[in-house]
Design a protein around this ligand. Structure first.
Ligand code: NAG
Ligand code: CU
Length: 157
């Protein structure tokens, strides 16, 4: 009896955790073309909804390009300073951590100014779900769900 209700709880909580993980979307910037010259990233972004928790994946040749997170003004001017975050692995995953507009450019050569190597997106709040509105309760819920799974697995073993 105790064992079957524990396994039911185990299953239900696992599904909740799996579905919350599945809500985050990975966006491959530029799709098959990746992060490169003369690709219109405004067009790429315009039909997409970016949400907090989603990831941008920049794929590119690290000997030719990089990714610099910039301000709106820097985006407009295609400029950056040492204070900007620079990504240069050629396979950079950037998690969207907050709402609002985010600007990225390539900092190499004149790729931004002459080759449209710039991306601006608007990040919306996390996916609407029967989930809490702030991240603190959801962390607590995840932790307690994790503890229940461990307990459920122990009972089943
Ligand atoms: C990208 O495409 C949009 C929509 O067609 C256009 O308005 C914009 O000027 C293009 N950007 C460049 C740099 O060509
Ligand atoms: Cu570049």
């Amino acid at each position: 009896m105790a064992s079957s209700s524990a396994s039911l709880a185990f299953f239900a909580i696992s599904m909740v955790l799996l579905s919350s993980v599945a809500l985050a979307t990975d966006f491959v910037v530029g799709d098959d073309k990746g992060w490169t010259l003369d690709f219109n990233y405004t067009v790429w972004a315009q039909d997409k909804v970016f949400r907090v928790g989603d990831n941008l994946l920049f794929n590119y040749d690290s000997s030719k390009h990089n990714v610099v997170k910039v301000s709106q003004t820097e985006f407009h001017d295609c400029s950056s300073t040492a204070a900007n975050d620079v990504f240069s692995s050629g396979k950079d995953g950037i998690t969207l951590k907050s709402e609002g507009r985010k600007w990225y450019i390539c900092g190499k050569g004149n790729h931004c100014s002459n080759h449209q190597m710039k991306l601006v997106i608007n990040v919306e709040s996390a996916a609407p779900a029967p989930a809490p509105t702030s991240s603190a309760p959801s962390l607590v819920a995840s932790l307690s769900a994790g503890a229940l799974i461990v307990a459920g697995a122990a009972i089943l073993a």
